[in-house]
Every structure is written in C-alpha cells, then in structure tokens.
Design a protein around this ligand. Sequence first.
Ligand code: NAD
Length: 499
Amino acid sequence: MTAIGEEAGRLLDMLDVDRAHWREGSMPAVTPLTGEKIAMVRVCGADDIEAALDASSAAFRAWREVPAPRRGELVRLFGEELRAAKECLSRLVTIEAGKIASEGRGEVQEMIDICDFAVGLSRQLYGLTIATERPGHRMMEVWHPLGVVGVISAFNFPVAVWAWNAALALVCGNSVVWKPSEKTPLTALAVQAIFARAAARFGEAPEGLCGLLVGGRETGEALVGDARVALVSATGSTRMGRAVAPRLAQRFARAILELGGNNGVIVAPSADLDLALRGVAFGAMGTAGQRCTTTRRLFVHDSIYEGFVARLKAAYDSVAVGNPLEGDVLVGPLIDRAAFEAMGAALAAARAEGGIVHGGDRVGEGASYYVRPALVEMPRQVGPVCEETFGPILYVMRYDDLDAAIRLHNGVAAGLSSAIFTTDMREAERFLAASDCGIANVNLGTSGAEIGGAFGGEKETGGGRESGSDSWKVYMRRATNTVNYSDALPLAQGVSFDI
Ligand code: NAD
C-alpha cells in the first residue's frame, strides 16, 4: 500500500471502521489526489439490499413511536461525535474527494450545523390549528413520520448531503438507507461508524435505523424501485434525475431531486468590483469547479468588461493548483479521467463556437487529473455554455441591457443558484424578482449556501428542497384532523342530508 493508502487506512482505523468493509472487497477506492488505489471496498449484493430494507422498515416502526425531542437527542449525540471526529473525517474527505483542507473541514462543519438545526427542530414540528366553518368543531393538521427515506448522494459532497437528509429524516421519525457515490465509499463507511458511536451512547436506537448500501448505479436503482422506500432524496446529475424521477412517479413515491446547475452571475456597472472579483473567483474556481453551485456563466456590463475581465484573468493565472496534501493550494484535482475528458470536450466545443480560452491546461501527468481553471470569453450563449460541465470552466459574456442579461441568465435548462453584483437597489431587486433559480443572491457568489435556508433549484435542477427553513415537511406526512365536540352534525358548505 502506498503512503496515501496507509494514511487512509490509519484514518479509517481511528474512526473505528470495520476492516472487513474496506480491506478485502471487490471495488477499488481511488484517491483523485494521485489516482492510486487506497482500499478495496465490499459491495452490497441483492441479499444485503433486501436485509437492509427489511431492517429499515422495522426500525421505522419502532422509531416513529419515540417522541420527537428524544429523537433529537440521538442527533445531538451524533453532532458531538462529529465534532470529535472532525479532523479525521475532513482529512478523509480531502483524500477521497480531493477537496482542499478548508473545504473538507467546511463539509464536516456543515454536518455539525445541520445536526444543531435538527435538534432544535425536534421540538418544533408544528402543525396549524385552522378556523372551521362548523360550530363546535376543531380542525388541525398534524405531522407524522413518513417511512424509510432513501438517500442517493454524489461524489462532490460525499458526507454533507447525507447529513442534510439524515438529520432531518431522523428527528421527523424516519429511518434512513444511504447509497453513497461509488467514487466515495470510504467517507460513507466512516460516517456510519461515527453514527454507530452516537447510537451506542443513545442506547435506544433500533437496529437498522441508518443503513448503508455501498454499490454502483444498480444499488441506487434498487432503492428507487422498492415499495418499502417512501421517499428518495437523490443528489447527482440531471441525467440521473431523468432516470430516477419517472420510476418514483410510477409508484407514487416522494422525491427530492437535487440535480445539476448552470449558475450565472451578473456584474453590473455599479458593482463593488473587489467584492465581485473574490465572489466570482471562489464561485468559479473553488472545489475545482465541482460544486453543483459553481459559477459557470458570467455576464459583465460592457462599460466595465475590459478592466474586470483582465483582473479576473490575473486571478486565474495566480491561483495555486495541486495536491492539497502537499501545499497551500486553492484548486485540487478533478475527480477522474472522465471529468478531465469532459472538460477538454467542452473547451473544444467552446472554441468551435468562437470562444477564446484562457487557461484550462493540464498540470502534471499520470493517473491524477489537475487542470488550471479555464476562463472562456464567448461571443454569445451557445453550445457548451448552455450545459453543466462538471469542472472549472467559466464562460464570460458581455451585456449592455440588464433585462436582456437576465433573460439570457434564465435561458438555460438548470435553475439552481444565481447572483448579481450591484450597488443599485433597483437592479438588485429586479434581479431577485426575475431570477428563476432556487437561490438568488446579491453581492455574494453562487456557491457556499448556509444550512439555515432551504436548498435546491428549479427546472432541470429537479425542484427539491433540503436543509433549513421548512424543508422538513417533505420528510413527514400531514394529516388534517377535524374533531366535533358538539352534539350536532353540521355539514360543511351548508349541505343538508336529513335522514
Ligand atoms: P451522478 O449522477 O453520476 O451520480 C450521483 C449518484 O446517483 C451516485 O450515487 C450514483 O451511483 C447514483 N445513480 C446514478 N444513476 C442512477 C440511477 N439510474 N438510479 C439510481 N441511482 C443512480 O453524479 P456525480 O458525478 O456523482 O455528481 C455530480 C453531479 O451532481 C453534478 O451534476 C452536480 O451538479 C450534481 N450535484 C447536485 C447537487 C444539488 O444539490 N443540486 C449537489 C451535489 C451535486
């Protein structure tokens, strides 16, 4: 085993992950930092899936009876265990997903934050009391646990996405079965071990409350097709969502779909350009362009275009690209060769449409794929600009009329995150009113959402909402209850039916 494989092994041991799961399995776990194999992971078979879903159904029946604030106590303990494991787990995120150290830590912090949020929520699963038109009646809505929640996650947020879903699902009284990305099984195993410690301290968590199914697409398909799973929260590409959505609709299961983004930023003439520069640079280059909220399209007003784009190019030239374990870099690797090839194909297509490419070259060679982020000046919004390529490509276009820029901004299939940089209040409000995305910001970039808000997007981003605000309601079912405490039976709408 190489040095990095040994480090991964040490971290897994420190986190108490059973070696049987990552030593002698059939699926290689590869680090994008060097392209080396660092573990051999055990993949679930059909029997494991069957057993996990049975156990999860039984766990749900027991867990739904536990009072919600008590369920919150388990999530509180999980948050404590995450705090204790933060350094180990975030380092493993860096090794397995290639994130720089601060982003690896940020990802685990996001898990801790959603636990805190869910603990508070466990005492706030409020329903309404509604005025009724019938005398001597009371009408109210009550929220009940839903069932088994299936979570399918993507490689780029290997642990946080599960936590957004699981923390809420658990306080809402559900059990959870997780199918992580096949590109990031080790961090998923680590999270299971951390959760197991919290469950042991809690003492009353039913067996199978949080299941893990390591496997590829077929394992995800099994979750999607199984009638025991009441809700599937699936995060990944729009292509995946297109396959998953009709299958869930077919069996009337609930869906939270968190799919691809093609996020745009407008920089207006009155913008604070220092702020805009930093916001765009982090949004477009951070996480090597591998966030669903990465800034992919930039509309800059004609009057400031030359100066702003020159400064942005200088930032692109100076950003440090490389192995996050070896130095103070800001841009780590692409996840794999396929991602590198997709980026190359998009840049070639952009050139064919008249785009002028700045950067985008490969750094180093071998089995890992590091690239300099690419800034591409485009004559118009065509071809690859209209699609998500999951890498650090920023397409830059000029505009002279804000309404036309907003129309172009909205003129793509995805609808996740958006932003405008302006100090003109009217422009800011016009943008917020018109952006068709689930997230619209003023004077900050498109990426780096907080867990307190509802997170998700419109159109081909899938329409789901996770995390804060009232997203919890998707993880519960609502019953409207009417109680008649009179000795008459008045019918609604004044209907009479005297027998
Ligand atoms: P992906 O679609 O290749 O895989 C995501 C997950 O879906 C994996 O676990 C995979 O095994 C599973 N899967 C694939 N096809 C399936 C099917 N037919 N049935 C069931 N499961 C299936 O995505 P990826 O490359 O891991 O991640 C990158 C993509 O995820 C990007 O498009 C990015 O924008 C998106 N993403 C979206 C959000 C969001 O919140 N909107 C967050 C993170 C990532």
